[in-house]
Design a protein around this ligand. Structure first.
Ligand code: ADP
Length: 352
């Protein structure tokens, strides 16, 4: 097997040791010592052995017994020996590949951590930028809206029809811009976790009346019915944010309904723990495949109303953020395209 010429008689022990790789000799002696002390169970080892051509090859050796002379002295070892060089090469290759992989994973993880820190920093800067820019925009916008209204309503003198129309367009555009800026401020603040719930005690019935009063003008203008089902229940949650969510839903219902009824209702669930608020309309409806998209930022669905109805595409995105992040609730929508939609907002009655 090793390529040496076979010899007569017992093997030469010194030669046997000399053919072992110097680094494996200690292991061999340890094993031999164990065998000579009677422990055969563990007599197996892997070592490099020099072959006749001078190359070292890996051997697996397992001993079964010792042949002894008549005086009981050991003559030679009985066992098997296998050339496992190829397996060892494969193992080494695998080991090297594993180490390379480990190294690459470590490098990539470090790169990702760096990129993550940078992204967080950029995100913080973006939020700060949006918050401060939006604030800077809101102040002059409010003033533009105020002065345009004064002109439009004729407080500074009579206007001809063309001037009135132009001022009405300016007002509409300014109001749209203001709505966008307000939504962007809220979104950036909520994403930066700058908004915290401010719970207070109130009756849900009063809040629904407030929503109805706010929508009254638009409802009358549209010629649709508004139905608010009376309900009484004491809540302990963020009233301002709940009102904001409901107003968003109710305003949408009015915007996307041309005839019929908008019904706002509430009912207590889970033995008084949760409150389910519904805003149902008989409007243009939403296609099944668009329902989830609604809650993504800047999504405005295509419809015959879209060009004339003002909107930012941020309302439902913000409403969902407020519902889950501040009110600890959830929002969903159901709709029959062409027939109407129902938005359901479920929130805990108390944030305590
Ligand atoms: P927008 O400011 O455009 O109303 P929203 O985020 O509130 O933004 O709504 C996103 C889009 O979802 C709207 O542009 C509209 O296409 C659709 N949508 C919202 N509410 C309704 C509804 N009640 N009926 C039909 N479509 C609706």
């Amino acid at each position: 097997m090793l390529g040496y010429e076979p010899k007569e008689g017992p093997g030469d022990r010194a030669e046997c040791v000399e053919r072992l790789h110097p680094d494996d000799r200690a292991l061999f002696f340890r094993k031999l010592n164990e065998v000579l002390s009677g422990d055969f169970d563990n007599y197996r080892y892997e070592a490099r052995v020099r072959h006749a051509d001078g190359s070292y090859r890996w051997h697996y050796v397992k001993g079964f017994g010792i042949e002894r002379d008549s005086g009981g002295n050991p003559i030679r070892m009985l066992g098997i020996r296998m050339d496992i060089t190829e397996r060892k090469r494969a193992e080494e290759m695998l080991h090297r590949l594993n180490e390379e992989l480990d190294q690459r994973v470590r490098e990539r993880t470090a790169e990702l951590e760096k990129a993550n820190v940078r992204l967080q920093e950029l995100d913080r800067l973006k939020t700060m930028f949006i918050a401060s820019m939006s604030h800077e925009l809101r102040t002059p916008l409010n003033s533009a809206i105020g002065f345009t209204r004064i002109l439009h309503e004729g407080w500074t003198g009579p206007l001809n029809e063309e001037q009135k129309t132009n001022l009405a367009t300016i007002l509409k555009s300014c109001n749209h811009l203001l709505a966008l800026v307000n939504d962007v401020i809220d979104v950036s603040r909520i994403e930066a976790e700058m908004i915290e719930a401010e719970p207070e005690e109130f009756d849900i019935g009063d809040l629904l009346v407030e929503v109805a009063i706010s929508c009254e003008g638009a409802v009358r203008e549209k010629g649709v019915e508004l139905e608010v089902r009376p309900v009484r229940h004491t809540m302990h949650t963020d009233r301002t944010r709940l009102l904001q969510c409901l107003l968003n839903l109710a305003t949408n219902a009015v915007k996307y309904t041309e005839q019929g009824t908008i019904a706002i209702g509430a009912r207590v669930l889970d033995g008084g723990e949760m409150l389910e608020l519904t805003v149902a309309d008989t409007g243009i409806g939403i296609r099944e495949e668009d329902l989830e998209k609604l809650f993504h930022p800047f999504v405005r669905l295509d419809s015959h109303l879209a060009p004339t109805v003002p909107g930012t595409g941020l309302g439902l995105y913000l409403t969902r953020k407020l519902a889950s992040g501040i009110l600890r609730g959830r929002i969903s929508a159901k709709s029959a395209y062409g027939t109407g939609s129902v938005f359901v907002l479920t929130v805990p009655v108390s944030l305590r």
